[in-house]
Design a protein around this ligand. Structure first.
Ligand code: MN
Ligand code: MN
Length: 277
């Protein structure tokens, strides 16, 4: 009886679109967490297969065809955004417009683009607009405020943007990337305390030659770039390489586990190394 009730509920959920049916977009959606969700992989695994979003400890996992975001309701920003970047993502669609993410459940504050106006902070994309230029829908998804956190202009437009450009150069040179980024710490708030201003912005980038079966190809020789960059002005022209760290260091300061689906023996080697190319 219980099982039948569950099936009826699932059927209704599928009809109203709460649970996505299997589709090309859905298989693409899972690509962005192919190396593992950055925190609590075991805890989340069964649930994120079942539902597009869920509520856990004030955080929502939102999986879109374009990226996955763990959105923090208490910070008013993503805790992290995770995405795959391949050659097919790079096109010529122009930049869209920032938009409130109306997919957040009612009863929780939905950050508006205007919340950043005159704050001195940029609406800083985690997955950049430039990484999703194949279609208008792909680009628009990057402008949802659940992908945005307050970035000091010199961070966002300088050192951070330089690393974003370098990533796309790696892709045009024949690589595909798995990227996770977010902010950590606090140096203040916007919108009457609703939006945290992080003290640092960090990023972890796994570089693979374009190919198939990506998880299985990651080994001790795989290039992994990690950075931890102060969210301040005055660093616009500092090379991004100045802020390289090991993944272990970023894991220590964020409390997240990256590359969770990669074997522990490989993680222990590639995560201890600081990129030197
Ligand atoms: Mn930016
Ligand atoms: Mn790890």
């Amino acid at each position: 009886m219980k099982r039948i009730a569950c099936r009826v509920l699932l059927a209704v959920a599928l009809m109203v679109g709460v649970v996505p049916s299997r589709s090309v977009a859905q298989s693409q959606t899972n690509l962005h967490l192919a190396l593992g969700a950055p925190s609590g992989e075991r805890q989340f695994a069964s649930r994120y297969r079942a539902a597009r979003t869920f509520h856990k400890a004030n955080q929502y996992l939102i999986q879109r065809p374009q990226y996955a975001v763990m959105y923090s309701l208490s910070l008013g920003t993503p805790a992290w955004v995770s995405w795959h970047l391949g050659f097919a993502d790079l096109g010529s669609v122009p930049r869209g417009d920032f938009a409130t993410d109306t997919s957040l459940p009612s009863g929780f504050y939905r950050v508006r683009p205007e919340d950043y106006t005159n704050s001195g902070y940029d609406r800083g994309h985690m997955i950049p607009s430039g990484d999703r230029t194949a279609t208008v829908a792909d680009n628009d998804a990057t402008f949802l405020m659940t992908n945005i956190l307050p970035q000091a202009p010199d961070n966002n437009q300088g050192v951070w943007a330089d690393l974003e450009i370098y990533c796309r150069e790696l892709v045009r040179a024949g690589n595909e990337l798995y990227i996770v980024s977010g902010g950590r710490g606090t140096i203040g708030t916007l919108a009457a305390g609703r939006i945290n201003i992080p003290a640092y912005t960090w990023k972890v980038i796994v570089v693979l030659p374009a190919g198939d079966r990506d998880l299985a190809r990651i080994d001790v020789n795989t290039r992994v770039i990690a950075v931890d960059i102060p969210n301040t002005n005055g660093i616009r022209d500092v090379p991004w390489r100045t802020y390289r760290a090991s993944v272990d260091q970023v894991e220590a300061v964020t409390g997240l586990d990256f590359l969770a689906r990669v074997s522990q023996s490989v993680q222990s080697i590639v995560e201890a190394r600081i990129d030197d190319r």
